[in-house]
Design a binder for this molecule. Structure first.
Ligand SMILES: C[S@@+](CC[C@H](N)C(=O)[O-])C[C@H]1O[C@@H](n2cnc3c(N)ncnc32)[C@H](O)[C@@H]1O
Length: 280
């Protein structure tokens, strides 16, 4: 996996510094200036709807009151805010200074506190066995050495502690034959999403997935379950779940009329992210 994408950490930092929060900011940032109260309110609505309907069960925001939580790659800080709101003692790190700034702004807006630091997931500035819960949502597939970052997550977790880490998943639609059909359908329907207009023309699955968070995103690796399990071999695996069927890639009319049960079914079977619920 590691040899597919070679940009270095400085290139990754520069990209995310321009775009803290990634793909969602591409869309929300078109409507509201990033970091304004309107931005936080709108973002909150999107995240709440998505998470409450589909993934909240695995996040368990309310089960960490008083516990030390680390959010690796906190982005614009939505998860930091949710854990802090529920009484968690939260540390958030991100490679990009603008993400640190945005997270602090979001915390101020919600009158919450957390320790937010600029740091690299591959070299965490914490001693061994520090945190009760290590969380990382949609981050470690963007870093040059994902294996090193996973080992760092393990190192800073207390023995018996929980980690919840998600990675881009090679779902059925991204299997070799299906991928060409997926792209053909996208082209036929004229499916384009802001900032990722070239996806339907990508030469490979890797190229396609790299663009989930923007056409210029330097790194976005995609994993089969078997490949990801190798990364997490130091951990005890409790369960895995698929989430985030990319509904936004569907035409507006289909999206609007899709019943929740169907969306949930697609989410659990054709999700673009695989979540690993882990213990040390
Ligand atoms: C798609 S965003 C996810 C943000 C947040 N976790 C969420 O789910 O909303 C990816 C984030 O990972 C951060 N990131 C990428 N590589 C990183 C690294 N090596 N160390 C720390 N953060 C990193 C980026 O700066 C960006 O903020």
């Amino acid at each position: 996996m590691e040899s597919r994408n070679k940009p270095d950490i400085a290139t990754v930092r520069a990209y995310w510094n321009r775009l803290p929060g990634g793909g969602c900011v591409l869309e929300v940032g078109k409507k509201f200036e990033v970091g304004t109260p309107e931005f936080f309110v709108y973002y909150d609505q999107i995240k709440k709807t998505d998470n409450e309907l589909f993934v909240s069960g695995i996040f368990n925001f309310d089960q960490y009151s008083g516990q030390k939580i680390l959010d690796i790659g906190c982005g614009y800080g939505w998860f930091v805010k949710e854990f802090a709101k529920n009484g968690g003692v939260v540390t958030g790190i991100d490679l990009s200074p603008s993400a640190v700034e945005l997270t602090n702004k979001m915390l101020n807006y919600h009158r919450l506190a957390a320790d937010i630091q600029e740091a690299n997931a591959e070299q965490l500035p914490f001693t061994d066995d520090t945190f009760d819960f290590v969380f990382s949502n949609g981050v470690l597939h963007h870093t040059p050495d994902t294996h090193q970052a996973v080992n760092e997550a393990w190192r800073v977790l207390k023995p018996g502690g929980r980690a919840l880490i998600s990675l881009y998943y090679r779902n059925v639609l991204l299997q070799p034959l299906m991928f060409r059909i997926t792209q053909m359908v996208m082209r036929l329907l004229g499916m384009k999403v802001i900032g990722r207009e070239n996806m339907a023309k990508s030469a490979s699955v890797e190229e396609f997935v790299r663009q989930y968070d923007g056409s210029d995103n330097p790194i976005g690796k995609v994993y089969s379950k078997k490949e990801a399990l190798q990364l997490f071999s130091k951990f005890k695996i409790v369960k895995t779940e698929l989430h985030y069927f990319p509904k936004r890639f569907l035409p507006e009319a289909v999206r609007r009329h899709m019943p929740i049960w169907l969306h949930k079914m697609l989410d659990n079977n054709l999700g673009t992210m695989i979540y690993f619920d882990l213990r040390k």
